[in-house]
Design a protein around this ligand. Structure first.
Ligand code: MTE
Ligand code: MOS
Length: 799
């Protein structure tokens, strides 16, 4: 059959169609996991008893009080677990712990007839603790040498030698905060036990197969006794890759022990205090440049705050180390990574999966060094871009590196960079208290799971006798538009109209052993599997149609629901349904299981070398901001983006992903400030930002006044489904341009050559401290060592 990237005539891929559930979402008819509870009879609700210490031993857990509360049916504790009392994949996450590892951790779960009864029951459980010393912040953990997991190093050449010879060498530290996923739908599961003891769990999960595996091992069952279904998610962003498993296991355990359906749906505050977030990272670094600003060497130590258990911290760290180069050729490099263990939620996957943190470091370095080198930051970035033929530090050729320059040039024109930079300069000269700046930053993001085995997918495609099509694949829908794209792929591959194809919910008994819907790879993987299944069916249908049309099967064409043969005249085609009906009568199989594995990948995770990525997604953003010198408040005036999605499978979806990813990234870098109680009082380790009132999310008022997103054209990606590229995560990192624009605007308050250190998130407060330092530098007329803002981004020294 045709190559994976070839598009037939008149394809459904590439059409600007709305999200497959857009109308259901907008009218409220879309069903989410917890909506099922009210449609199910006899449901019990599960409610957690949460720890009030960051680190402690549970000396007494008395549940009889709860059982006295009317409506309470049972309290689930460690004694009830028939299988393994662990909800992780590393066996370091007891589901019902005896040692509390973070403030808010669930100790046991109360099952009751109503939410209210369950809540009151949980209040009536008595817990006594033996308090242990806790490690809360990243810096406390480094001092205490509280580490977990493997240390990894990406190395090329001799970084020490390169730094020794470099004309200009700078060193410093950078730190970036975490981020809450804040998916609209909190974690939810509904479990039922079937007549023969099989367990059916409906769950808001990005990883149904792993939810199934964890439920099975907690219950002591094999995988064929547990089915997990995910209808759709109201957002996930990586937060439902690992986090749902334990909640699903609690619901399943409750259902098994009571014989009744059990629902579990976290409140917002429970979700914020129980589940993992984006990893905060710290880096210390030394960087060397040539006199004219070419990167020569980099030595860095990255430290990720993993929270109380490993979860996905190791692969997140690997991706950070594989993205510290971003778009830049660094001839000699030694980037070491390690993970600290702290008494906080277990940090996990979050859109970009460490990539944003790695890229943050190099962009922070370039943004801080540009003034010291006396080079315009955009020029410093551009001149260090990878050239075709160069390799990443982990040994992968940077294919299509020329796109970096092409995208950059297009953006320079489309954003009218020269004119607007001049306008900002003129504005600033006349404005002592408001300063504007424009910054450009590039993105190069590797697509595929680093762990090679995950790069596989399956699908099940049914053609019914009436010619209608039902598809099922291993990926889940979280709003990203995967199902929409998969409908377009099946419609294209079978040559039927989009309206002839439907999609059934993701279930582990339809497609087994699936990978998480993650790493932005789901269209590549599941699209490949769906096309493979469609190709099998079409080959069989072509035989039937060939006989019907009196033509060779290889000359049969399927287009938009019509089947014809080469050389036949108009009106001699037949309908797809007719062929399907005839195939049935001739006892020809009309359904198929499809499979796809990404070719050409290998990765040595110990040596941190190989070719882990199928390709790179490229993009660049130009952001203009205006900063108020009195308050540090700022506004994003305009954003222009040029982004490479290959040949788009679904342009409306892709533009939505670019816009959404950018705004989520801007939230992480400018607004969203997770605060934990690091004091010595009784609240030590408690998450202080427990709701949307204290945790500032991007809203309409933070949207750029003008927002232009352009998809890079003529960008066919060979070897990927219909020439497309992944889009889910890369745009997050385009938001680094917002941070860099803020840095440059702040520089406008300081003397020439002043290096601006900006804490992250760059909240108005952080911007205020940075511009206070810039102003102080004017007075001192010498480079400053920074004031308060410097606590999180210590002074940079030219050594
Ligand atoms: N878009 C929406 N609307 N909601 C989400 O939860 N998750 C992101 C991204 N875009 C997400 C989203 C993350 S973290 C990933 S990895 C990808 O979607 C996953 O889907 P894909 O592989 O189909 O791109
Ligand atoms: Mo996305 S962080 O890979 O779920």
């Amino acid at each position: 059959m045709s190559a994976l990237s070839d598009r037939p005539v008149d394809p459904a891929v590439g059409l600007p169609v709305p999200h497959e559930s857009a109308i259901l979402h907008a009218t409220g008819r879309a069903i989410f996991t917890d909506d099922l509870a009210s449609r199910t009879a006899g449901v019990l609700t599960a409610w957690p008893v949460q720890s009030t210490h960051a680190h402690a031993r549970v000396s007494v857990l008395r549940t009889d009080g709860a059982l006295g509360v009317p409506g309470v049916v049972r309290v689930l504790t460690a004694d009830d677990v028939p299988g393994i009392n662990d909800s992780g994949i590393k066996h370091d996450e007891p589901l019902f712990p005896t040692e509390v590892m973070f403030y808010g951790q669930a100790l046991c779960w109360v099952l009751a007839e109503s939410t209210e009864a369950a809540r009151l029951g949980a209040d009536a459980v008595q817990v006594e603790y033996e308090v242990l010393t806790s490690v809360v912040t990243l810096s406390e953990a480094i001092t205490a040498e509280s580490f977990q997991g493997e240390t990894r190093t990406v190395r090329r050449g001799d970084a020490d030698a390169a730094l020794a010879e470099a004309a200009r060498v700078f060193e410093g530290e950078s730190e970036v905060g975490g981020q809450e996923h804040f998916y609209l739908e909190t974690q939810a599961a509904l479990a039922q036990v079937e007549d023969d003891g099989r367990v059916f769990v409906q769950c808001s999960t990005q990883h149904p197969s792993e939810t199934q595996a964890i439920v099975a091992h907690v219950l002591g069952l094999s995988s064929n006794a547990v089915t997990v279904q995910c209808l759709r998610m109201g957002g996930a962003f990586g937060g439902k890759e690992m986090q749902p498993h334990g909640f699903a296991a609690v619901a399943a355990l409750g259902a098994l022990l009571t014989g009744r359906p059990v629902r579990l749906r976290l409140t917002r505050t429970q979700d914020l205090t129980l589940t993992g977030k984006r990893h905060p990272f710290h880096a210390s670094w030394r960087v060397g440049f040539s006199e004219d600003g070419l990167l020569l060497g980099l030595k860095a130590t990255l430290t990720a705050d993993g929270g109380w258990s490993l979860d996905l911290s190791e692969p997140v760290l690997s991706r950070a180390l594989c993205h510290i180069d971003n778009a830049y050729w660094i001839p000699a490099i030694e980037a070491r990574g390690r993970i600290v263990k702290t008494n906080k939620t277990s940090q996990t996957a979050f859109r970009g999966f460490g990539g944003p943190q790695g890229m943050f470091m190099i962009e922070d370095i370039l943004g801080r060094c540009a003034p010291l080198l006396g080079i315009d930051p955009a020029e410093l970035r551009r001149k260090n871009f990878y050239a075709p033929g160069q390799l990443t530090p982990y040994g992968q050729p940077v294919r299509h590196a020329e796109r970096l320059g092409a995208i950059w040039t297009q953006l320079v024109h489309s954003s009218a960079l020269a004119r607007r930079t001049e306008e900002a300069r003129a504005f600033n000269a006349a404005s002592p208290h408001l300063k504007r700046a424009l910054a450009l930053t590039p993105v190069k993001f590797g697509i595929s799971f680093n762990f090679t085995a995950f790069n596989q997918a399956g699908a099940l495609v049914h053609v019914y006798k009436d010619g209608s099509v039902l598809i099922n694949h291993g990926g889940t829908e979280m709003g990203q538009g995967l199902h929409t794209k998969m409908l377009q792929v099946a419609s294209t591959a079978l040559g039927v109209p989009l309206s002839a194809v439907r999609l059934a919910p993701t279930r582990t008994d339809k497609v087994p052993n699936t990978s998480a819907t993650a790493a932005s790879s789901s269209s590549d993987l599941n699209g490949g599997a769906i096309k493979n299944a469609c190709d099998q069916i079409l080959a069989r249908m072509a035989d039937v149609a060939g006989r019907m049309l009196g033509a060779h099967s290889q000359d049969v064409r399927f287009t938009r629901g019509r089947v014809s043969a080469l050389g036949l005249g108009a009106g001699q085609d037949i309908g797809f349904a007719e062929v399907a009906g005839e195939a049935y009568l001739q006892r020809v199989q009309l359904w198929a299981a499809g499979f796809y594995r990404t070719e050409g990948l290998y990765w040595d995770q110990k040596a941190m070398q190989g070719e882990p990525f199928k390709y790179f997604a490229y993009g660049a953003a130009a952001t203009e901001v205006e900063v108020d010198g009195f308050t540090g408040a700022y506004r994003v005036r305009r954003v222009d983006i040029v982004h490479d999605v290959g040949d788009s499978l679904s342009p409306i979806i892709d533009i939505g992903q670019v816009e959404g990813g950018f705004v989520q990234g801007a939230g992480w870098l400018t607004l969203e400030d997770l605060r934990w109680d690091a004091g010595d009082g009784p609240g030590r380790g408690r998450l202080l930002t427990q709701s949307a009132s204290t945790y500032k999310l991007p809203s309409l008022s933070e949207m750029p006044d003008e927002f232009n997103v352009t998809l890079f054209e003529r960008a066919t990606e060979d070897g990927a489904i219909y020439g497309s590229k992944a889009v889910g995560e890369p745009p997050v990192m385009l938001a680094l341009s917002v941070r860099e624009a803020l840095r440059q605007a702040v520089a406008g308050f300081g003397p020439a050559g002043h290096s601006v250190e900006l804490a992250s998130p760059a909240t108005p407060e952080a911007v205020f401290w940075a511009l206070t330092a810039a102003r102080a530098a004017v007075e001192a007329e010498a480079p400053t060592q920074g004031t308060s803002g410097a606590e999180r981004a210590p002074a940079l020294t030219d050594t």
